[in-house]
Design a protein around this ligand. Structure first.
Ligand SMILES: Cc1ncc(C[n+]2csc(CCOP(=O)(O)OP(=O)(O)O)c2C)c(N)n1
Length: 287
């Protein structure tokens, strides 16, 4: 059995004291171990930002890409090797500003990756500028008069795009976060885990205390139904309650590769099908 200690890296975190990234860091390691995966069995792809600074603080196969571009890298790796769990990690800034199109198309395609967004409602690493999930009216660095744009709700967006797995966690509830990531890993298709992340330095509106007083587990609701419309109806980050848990899952969903008709006759992985070809004759034409 793998252990969490195997994932330990000698590089110490540089996140601010109290940052929610510590909880997500722990949850990822615990979830992988609980699913029986050691550091050599997985690929963890990172975006740029405070979230992406986790890349050298976790001992596993990791990839660090460009800001907002983690999804294509992770999806490509998974398409090549279906036997390997692939996680993609990003911030709300990279995902919903720079990389929005990747989020949309990955949901459409149902690539079999688990996408974990550190949703701290700000560009953390570049010191607290607003992102699409920052609340309207908030005074932020680079928005000294307050944010005038409308706030985006990633969970609503994912649900409306037809996502087959939509979960919301909170960095103040580690056991739940571990369980959500585990469910995302075992889901066939694109699993979206939106993590409401405490950012003690730049987010003073949706902070740990504000969230702690409002979060509830959707499974505890008497009228809970695993239905897209129901999930949509409870998806607001509202003053009278913030739903967490698996908000919606299509348990019959199939991944992109499973759906491709011509792949149904293959039992191999794309990486097994890579062959060496002699192209010297073609190259000779250009000499
Ligand atoms: C294409 C591109 N745009 C902007 C930047 C500058 N940049 C680096 S980190 C960062 C903020 C990251 O914020 P977010 O994605 O929300 O992650 P967090 O730091 O909050 O975890 C920005 C804007 C960049 N590196 N690349």
């Amino acid at each position: 059995m793998p252990t969490v200690a195997e994932y330990n890296s000698p590089v110490m975190p540089t996140w601010c004291p109290g940052c929610g990234d510590f909880a997500i860091w722990s949850a990822i390691k615990q979830a992988l171990v609980a699913e029986g995966f050691g550091p050599k069995d997985v690929l963890i792809c990172f975006d740029i930002g405070c979230n992406g600074n986790m890349a050298d603080k976790i001992n596993a196969y990791v990839y660090k890409g460009l800001h907002g571009r983690v999804i294509p890298a992770a999806a490509g790796a998974k398409l090549a090797n279906q036997g390997m769990p692939v996680l993609a990690i990003a911030g709300d800034g990279g995902t919903f500003d720079e990389g929005m199109q990747h989020f949309v198309h990955s949901i459409r395609s149902d690539y079999d990756i688990t996408f974990i967004v550190h949703n701290n409602c700000d560009f953390g690493l570049t010191t607290g500028q607003p992102t699409p999930t920052t609340w309207e009216g908030q005074v932020m660095n680079s928005a000294p008069w307050g944010v005038v744009e409308k706030r985006l709700n990633p969970v609503k967006l994912a649900l409306s795009l037809g996502a087959s797995f939509v979960a919301r966690g909170f960095t103040g509830n580690l056991p739940q976060l571990v369980s959500l990531i585990r469910s995302g890993i075992t889901h066939k298709g694109f699993s979206y885990v939106d993590v409401l992340q405490h950012c003690p330095t730049y987010n003073h509106f949706q902070d740990h205390h504000w969230l702690s007083e409002r979060v509830y587990d959707v499974a505890t609701k008497e009228d809970y139904r695993n239905e897209r419309d129901y999930a949509y109806s409870i998806s607001e980050i509202a003053d009278d309650g913030v739903a967490t848990g698996i908000l919606y899952q299509d348990k019959e969903s199939q991944s992109y590769m499973q759906q491709l008709p011509y792949r149904k006759e293959y039992s191999s992985n794309l990486i097994d099908e890579v062959k060496g070809y002699d192209i010297s004759a073609s190259l000779a034409e250009f000499r």
